[in-house]
Design a protein around this ligand. Structure first.
Ligand SMILES: Cc1ncc(COP(=O)(O)O)c(C=O)c1O
Length: 386
């Protein structure tokens, strides 16, 4: 008899009963409508070649591994090179690299908002933001997705509950492209509101950098109105890691208090070299061409949604994430199964990752997806929905 804890076994059984059991899957070799490799950088042989170049420029003996935390022996010289580049490229005072976007959000939200501060976050914010907030000591309130009237209501409620109208810092958190919905908030309106009410705005740009070039905060020239931006390298940049962009004091603070930075082995020189290489690639002719192609593919995908009469089930999105809401784990899994059988890698997004009855198919569009592939995948979807 297994001596696995009974309560855990019951939770697994519950997942299976709800058709929401997760398991690790191998590579599928299908037409990619699923990965976050929006510009095809993850499979570029040039990136590795450029990265080797960065490793050779190092004065020290660039090691395979970082050998320690960034506060001990792990802060190899490519870190400074990358952080200087990020600050200039993204028009920020400073950048601080973390091992992943998950680590960046965990480190930021667990350490920056203090006891009695208030965090107001969009209800669809990524799990890493919510986990970070949970670890912190501030009071948190979620507001309805992209609804700034609700944000103001929650702000009044939070201040009333905290009983101290002025003494607190209030942080407002959103994403410039929502990972499970593909839509974006009206950042201009939100930044204006935050300015008017003296709230500190934090924007996670994981799915915007490389898709909207330097990100949506830059697109709207809002750099000075945003307290912190989270950018990640595992999506359009095709590598690994993340950074927080903000001012020098914020960087100093995080180096001292963000536990996910302090108590973890740093990224290897090669990993940082890859990120430098990806930025080089993104700014070169190849990267710019891929970004243009990606925009065209997104427009074409939307055109085909309309042509196939699928508009009512797709969420409005101008990003690389296009979402077809279906509802019900079993149904969404069955339709994904048909698409997979026909050769398309499209993943079902199930409850509890998204709320029950909002289960969906998430199509990630890439610069390398052809018009033919887009046409076929949507025709197949149409037929399976019928
Ligand atoms: C909005 C958002 N923030 C943060 C992360 C975490 O980034 P990483 O994959 O680098 O840990 C993700 C990843 O899915 C994301 O979608």
């Amino acid at each position: 008899m297994s001596n696995f804890p009974k309560k855990l076994a019951q939770k697994i059984a519950g997942r299976k009963a709800e058709n929401a059991f997760r398991k690790l899957d191998g590579p599928r070799n299908l037409i990619d409508f699923s990965s976050n490799d929006y510009l095809g950088f993850a499979t570029s042989s040039k990136l590795d070649e450029y990265a080797q170049g960065f490793l050779k420029t190092g004065k020290g003996n660039m090691k395979c591994g970082a050998t320690g935390s960034r506060l001990l022996t792990g802060n190899h010289e490519l870190y400074a090179k990358l952080e200087n580049h990020l600050a200039i490229f993204h028009n920020a005072e400073a950048a601080l690299v973390f091992n992943s976007g998950y680590d960046a959000n965990l480190g930021f939200f667990s350490s920056v908002p203090q006891r009695n501060d208030i965090v107001l976050y969009d209800e669809l914010c990524h799990a890493s933001i919510r986990d970070g907030i949970k670890l912190g000591l501030a009071k948190s309130f979620k507001f309805e997705h992209n609804n700034f009237e609700d944000l103001q209501r929650k702000l009044d409620l939070a201040k009333e509950k905290s009983g101290q109208a002025d003494a607190v810092e209030v942080y407002v958190v959103t994403e410039s492209v929502f990972s499970m919905d593909g839509d974006s908030p009206d950042l201009l309106d939100l930044a204006e509101l935050c300015k008017e009410k003296a709230l500190r705005l934090i924007v996670d740009e994981a799915h915007a950098v490389g898709v909207f070039n330097r990100g949506r905060v830059h697109e709207w020239s809002l750099e000075d109105q945003v307290f912190a931006r989270i950018i990640t390298f595992g999506k359009a940049l095709g590598c690994h890691g993340a950074a927080i962009l903000g001012n020098h004091e914020l960087k100093e603070y995080l180096v001292n208090f963000a536990r996910s930075l302090i108590y973890s082995t740093a990224l290897s020189p090669h990993a940082i070299g890859m990120v430098l290489a990806a930025y080089q690639e993104m700014q070169g002719n190849h990267g710019l061409k891929n970004m243009r192609q990606l925009r065209q593919s997104i427009t074409f995908f939307n055109h085909e949604i309309d042509k196939n009469g699928l508009r009512s089930c797709f969420k409005k999105s101008d990003s690389a994430i296009q979402v077809c809401q279906i509802g019900g784990n079993a149904k969404v899994k069955a339709i994904a199964g048909v698409l997979i059988e026909k050769g398309f890698d499209v993943r079902p997004i199930l409850a509890p990752t998204v709320p029950k009855h909002q289960e969906r198919l998430r199509f990630c569009i890439h610069s390398f997806n052809t018009e033919e592939e887009i046409k076929k995948v949507l025709q197949t979807l149409k037929t399976s929905l019928e």
